[in-house]
Design a protein around this ligand. Sequence first.
Ligand SMILES: NC(=O)c1ccc[n+]([C@@H]2O[C@H](COP(=O)([O-])OP(=O)(O)OC[C@H]3O[C@@H](n4cnc5c(N)ncnc54)[C@H](OP(=O)(O)O)[C@@H]3O)[C@@H](O)[C@H]2O)c1
Length: 330
Amino acid sequence: MKTRTLGHNGPTISAIGLGCMGMSDFYGNRDDTESIATIHHALDRGLNLLDTADMYGPFTNELLIGKAIANRRKDVFIATKFGMTRDPADPTARGINGRPDYVKAACDASLKRLGIEQIDLYYQHRVDKTVPIEETVGAMAELVSAGKVRFLGLSEASATTIERACKVHPIAALQTEYSLWTRDPEVTGTLAACRKNGVAFVAYSPLGRGFLTGAFTKPEDLPEGDYRRRSPRFAEENFQNNLKLVEKVQALAKAKGVTASQIALAWVLAQGDDIIPIPGTKRRSYLDQNIAALEVVLNAAELVELNEAFPPNAAAGLRYPESFLTSVNV
Ligand SMILES: NC(=O)c1ccc[n+]([C@@H]2O[C@H](COP(=O)([O-])OP(=O)(O)OC[C@H]3O[C@@H](n4cnc5c(N)ncnc54)[C@H](OP(=O)(O)O)[C@@H]3O)[C@@H](O)[C@H]2O)c1
């Protein structure tokens, strides 16, 4: 397994991780047996970074991972997140909580669900605009002192927030959406802020939530109740425009004898050794394809071709429903 370093002087982890969210929430039906087999297969192959959050399910994804990693703790580098709360009565509603007392309670609850004594990487899932970042990260730093957490991370934080957070405690990783069709971190300055401060960049949804793989050709291909049916980029009015972008990925994939998903991942991996993509899947077959993307090398001409086909803002539609966008890059 190829490896990358999590921030300056950080631990060495697998060069890609496994996003576990879709195993329990948002993307179609659950298949816990295949999901657990996928996690075991990942660990057997030396992929050790597993990504989850308390709000996936909510809570069921951490429980699933806890079950899967029982007796395999030493093989895993486990990343989880706190700070996005959900209303059981309304699955589309979200709250954000970065208050110090909540941070500590959320950590204890995650440790319990995961069945572990220490979280390797603990992220604030979304920045709470009502609580100074210094207070939230201060509470997270106390979790490190208490031995409950090894490394700290932020998700969808702005360049300014990253700078402020790093003054309180080293931040090992920023987890933010980054892919061919979401190049915002290059424009907003968050990627530059990470590099300046020695923070690794963990790229979530590197396959464009599955769109860039070419697996979907019309909105109805998505299962009923799938979150993506509410995502603007998957909406009827944008779908066909975005498919034209995917055709360019498919053409390059065909020419190189690989899959579109592997081109999408190889592009993210080529953006810097400090970037660790975490493609999500609940199937061993996709996992193997995604690991094999580590061997796909894009030459300079191919990178230019992709960069020209996908300038920032190439995708039709926002990356989140408008109501969710207020909580990103804060
Ligand atoms: N910090 C945040 O706010 C945030 C937000 C979103 C996600 N995340 C994290 O990032 C992880 C990855 O993002 P994501 O799951 O949203 O999107 P993604 O990795 O871009 O795409 C996942 C989708 O692609 C499909 N897929 C995976 N490999 C494939 C392959 N080789 N060929 C064809 N299809 C393939 C999956 O199918 P199957 O499900 O059928 O296997 C799933 O539908 C999540 O699991 C989660 O841990 C974090």
